[in-house]
Structure formats: structure tokens, C-alpha cells
Design a protein around this ligand. Sequence first.
Ligand SMILES: NC(=O)c1ccc[n+]([C@@H]2O[C@H](COP(=O)([O-])OP(=O)(O)OC[C@H]3O[C@@H](n4cnc5c(N)ncnc54)[C@H](O)[C@@H]3O)[C@@H](O)[C@H]2O)c1
Length: 327
Amino acid sequence: MGRMHYANWGKCAQAKVVAICDTDPDIIENSKKAGGNIEGADQAVDFDALTLYADYDKMLADKLVDAVSITLPTFLHESFSIKALEAGVHVLCEKPMALDLASCDRMIAAADKSGKVLQIGHCIRFWPEYVKAKEIIDSGEYGKVVSATFQRLGSAPTWGAEDWFAKDDRSGGVALDLHIHDSDYVQHLFGMPKGVQSFGSPASGKGLKCVVSRYAYDDDKLVTAEGSWAMSPSFGFEMSFNIVMEKATIVYDCSRSPAFRLCPVGGDALTPDVLKGDGYSLEIEHFAGLVSGQIMPEVLTLQQSADSIRLVNAEIESVQKQKEIRL
Ligand SMILES: NC(=O)c1ccc[n+]([C@@H]2O[C@H](COP(=O)([O-])OP(=O)(O)OC[C@H]3O[C@@H](n4cnc5c(N)ncnc54)[C@H](O)[C@@H]3O)[C@@H](O)[C@H]2O)c1
């Protein structure tokens, strides 16, 4: 994910990348090795013009940077974000914010105290088709939402050092690592649900292989989401949604063409215009705008990012206790 942030910072006119920090000498010294599920992540990058660090504390002490992208394993998000904020550095920290609510609260307190920006990388709130779907729903033009379902499917990540993705106390498993994108988007569209009921298939060892959740609201709309690391590796990755309103259905499936359609009742389907770029470039532009003091639209708050941790942890609890968890 560090490659993705690096590439998108390169496109951001307001910023210049000056340093990179990674403890893995293969990455930091020869800049060749990278794995992962992000397109282009395996391409070599020329780090010659950058100051390279293996020690994060030294990087902060050198005061070269105004802002940092934190793309570390999840269990390090809290401590590395707080260190940067305490050093007076703005932070764009990858999702999930942290593994539990207490960590989120400490991150929020550190951000408040520092007066610096802390933004969590909920890129789906910035993803062009997801942005457009929210606009269409909020416009009310097609009536109320009747049902909405979201999917995010792939195979288990295998590239993390010491297999950190497979360890629930490091990654939070499929629910906190992958499925949180949709839980957070559900919250973004409809607010926090009043309860959640989830079903899961256990992974070998501990944790879950996949999770399916139903989010309960005061009205009778049916909202569900599925996140999976159970697919075969040759499947690749897919994200999709169907949102049914009284007078139209919106569908998105990244593996279809056209991927995005608005299908009105009694009319032809069309593909609405969406923002240029992707969720990664747009979240970085948003963060850069906040850091440079521009007035930006409120897309996400730290409390909402923490609420997504609360929501997903309730989903995990629901699987474990085999009952609905009230929020
Ligand atoms: N928003 C998204 O769509 C998206 C996609 C993929 C990953 N992520 C998130 O990004 C984070 C990283 O995921 P990844 O796939 O890039 O993981 P990764 O394991 O590939 O990369 C983590 C990097 O951190 C480095 N590192 C570990 N400890 C360090 C330390 N103490 N100091 C400096 N560097 C250190 C490792 O050497 C490695 O290069 C996770 O939280 C993940 O959930 C988000």
C-alpha cells in the first residue's frame, strides 16, 4: 500500500515526497521488492531523490516532513500515528484506524492535542462510483432505499512479513482488514445501524475466512454486506454493490463492463458520469487540502472512523455469540 500512496503523492501538485521509511532493507535499499494486491505495486521505484530511513523515530526527529502516510501493518497504526502527531506531523493513516476502540480514542485525543490533521484511509468514501451512488441516494430523486448489498471478495493476503495478515491481533482478520470498507460505507450512507447480525466461516487456526452481515435500521430497508478472503487466488479481487430504490436500481461491479449503471424504473439503464481518478488519489487530494488549510467538504470524521471499528468489532462479536449485537 506504501507504493500506492507514493504513486498518488507524486500526482498531487500541493505536495512533494521527500522521505520514505521502511524497516525492510529489500524495500528501502534496492527499492525493487514489493508484493501485494494493488496494481503496479510490483514495479521498481527510483528512490534516489529521497531520504531513506529504516528508523521512524529518526525520520521524525530530522524534521524533514510536514505530513506522513502511514501504510504499516494495522497493529502499528496507533503508535506510529501518535508519534507523528506528537512530533507536529499531519497523518494520513491507512484503514482500519486501529484494532479496538480504546486505540481509536487515544489517536483522536492525540490529534486533538496536536492540532494536526489525522485522516483515516477510508478510500471507498472517495471512490468515484461510491461517491456518485451516495449523491443519487441523497438527492431523493428515485425515492427511498429498499435494499442495499455490498460485496468485497478476494483471497487471503500472503505477502505480509511474519504472516501478519493471518494473525487477528495484528490485522483484525478479514472483517477489520477488508470488509471494513463496506461497513464504513454503510455507515456513510445510512448512519450507524441500531444493530448488526453477522455470520462467518472460521479460518484455519483463529478468526474468520469470510463474513456476511445484516445491518438493522429503524425503517425496513434490508442492508447486507459480505467480505471474503475465502476465494481461490486465481479469482483475483472484486468489489460490487446493488442498491435498490423505489424508482431505480444502482449497480456497480468492478469486474463488469460497464461497471456502473443506474437503472431507472420505466427507462433505459445509463452510466452516470463520475469523478476522475480513484479513491486513493482523491483521498490524498482531500488530505492535502486539509493540511494546506483549505476548506474541504466533510467526507469523514475521526469519530466515524472509530465508529467503523466499533461496528466491525460488533460484527465479529455477533459471529462469535451467534446473535444480533445492539449498537
Ligand atoms: N485502503 C486500501 O484499499 C488498502 C489496501 C491494502 C492495504 N491497506 C492497509 O494498509 C496497511 C498496510 O498493508 P500492506 O498490504 O501494504 O502491508 P505490507 O505488509 O505489504 O506492508 C507493510 C510495510 O510496513 C513495513 N514495516 C513494518 N514494520 C515497520 C516499522 N517498524 N517501521 C517501518 N516500516 C515497517 C514493512 O516492512 C512493509 O514494507 C494495512 O493496514 C492494510 O489494511 C489498505
